[in-house]
Design a protein around this ligand. Structure first.
Ligand SMILES: [Zn+2]
Ligand SMILES: [Zn+2]
Length: 332
């Protein structure tokens, strides 16, 4: 009798515990929704600043042709013809220097946004297991010191510019940022990157092991893992597409600068451990989000595109992060 009573007691206790857990989880969920709502204004403001910030340098310098007041006329070629005429005296490094600086300025804005978002607002980790804990300074150091990332990219940009390997239009300062050229570069770069990415994954053989496997060490990436991979991976997935893209889209120095900074920073942002305020809107128009890229890192066989999901939709390799059960899919 007492044993039966005890059993019943345990049963009641379990039932009560379950009820409490349900109530607690409902309260947490409600709190989370309220926090996210009250959070949305500040994060939206923050995100509205980060994208123009990424292209701040070319925007400021081309506004009212400001660059003409800032730089000595002898330091740059205003037109393609001027570049061709003066090339024999040496290629001018100003465009290249500004291009590298544009990415640095973009990265500073991006990092500011990320730190405010991570430490001052409520965030939802993309994966249910949660993001791994890390020290911010270690993250920043790891991010900036990647030989596969900025050092290799910088080397490519300096080499191609100073050796005169870029099409002549790239050396011209004439005209501002051409939006059509920037969009074409982003789309083409991402499309070639999609093809290279899929080729690296084919068969999971030696090519995959040497090139791309190190980047897939991260099944639940954080933002600072974006350029953490291998030299061969950066060569195949970033440098080859860049080399082809420049041969097809002939733009001026400002459009190249805007494209470069958008590309480098967008690649970084899609590796974030939490969702961004613009992700829902991006998903509607097929732009790549952190959730989309987490699907690739977690499941390997979907979402080979980075900036856009169009190629994945076209070649039937797209999977929405909202359909992945191990993700916090109702919030992303
Ligand atoms: Zn990645
Ligand atoms: Zn991959």
């Amino acid at each position: 009798m007492s044993a039966e009573k005890y059993k019943l007691g345990v049963g009641n206790k379990t039932m009560a515990t379950k009820e409490v857990e349900t109530v607690v989880s409902k309260v947490v969920e409600k709190d989370m929704t309220t926090a996210l709502k009250s959070n949305s204004t500040s994060t939206l403001l923050c995100s509205m600043l980060v994208w123009p910030g990424i292209i701040a340098l070319p925007l400021v310098l081309t506004y009212n042709d400001n660059y003409k007041n800032v730089f000595n006329r002898a330091w740059y070629d205003e037109s393609v013809n001027e570049y061709i005429d003066t090339k024999a005296n040496g290629i001018k490094p100003l465009g290249l220097t500004l291009g590298l600086l544009a990415v640095v300025v973009g990265q500073i804005f991006m990092l500011f946004y990320f730190i405010i978002k991570k430490y001052l607002t409520v965030n939802i980790d993309i994966q249910k297991t949660g993001a791994r804990e890390y020290n911010l300074m270690e993250g920043v150091r790891t991010h900036l010191a990647q030989p596969e990332g900025f050092i290799m990219l910088g080397g490519y940009l300096i080499g191609t510019w100073m050796a005169g390997l870029m099409p002549t239009s790239y050396y011209s300062f004439q005209g501002g940022i051409n939006v059509k050229h920037v969009i074409m570069q982003l789309l083409l770069q991402d499309f070639i990157q999609y093809i290279m990415h899929r080729l690296e994954h084919v068969g999971k053989g030696l090519i995959y092991e040497v090139t791309h496997k190190p980047h897939h060490h991260f099944t639940n990436p954080r933002i600072f893992d974006a350029f953490n991979g291998s030299i061969a991976d950066t060569f195949c997935m970033i440098l080859i597409p860049l080399f082809i893209t420049k041969e097809i889209v002939h733009c001026n120095v400002w459009s190249y600068m805007a494209f470069g900074s958008l590309y480098a920073n967008w690649l970084t942002l899609i590796h974030a451990e939490f969702t961004h305020p613009w992700d829902r809107y991006f998903r509607y128009i097929g732009f790549g989000t952190a959730g989309d890229h987490h699907v690739h890192h977690k499941l390997f066989k979907y979402n080979f595109g980075h900036l856009f999901m169009y190629w994945d939709i076209l070649f039937q390799t797209y999977k929405s992060p909202t359909k992945v059960s191990v993700f916090n899919n109702e919030y992303i």
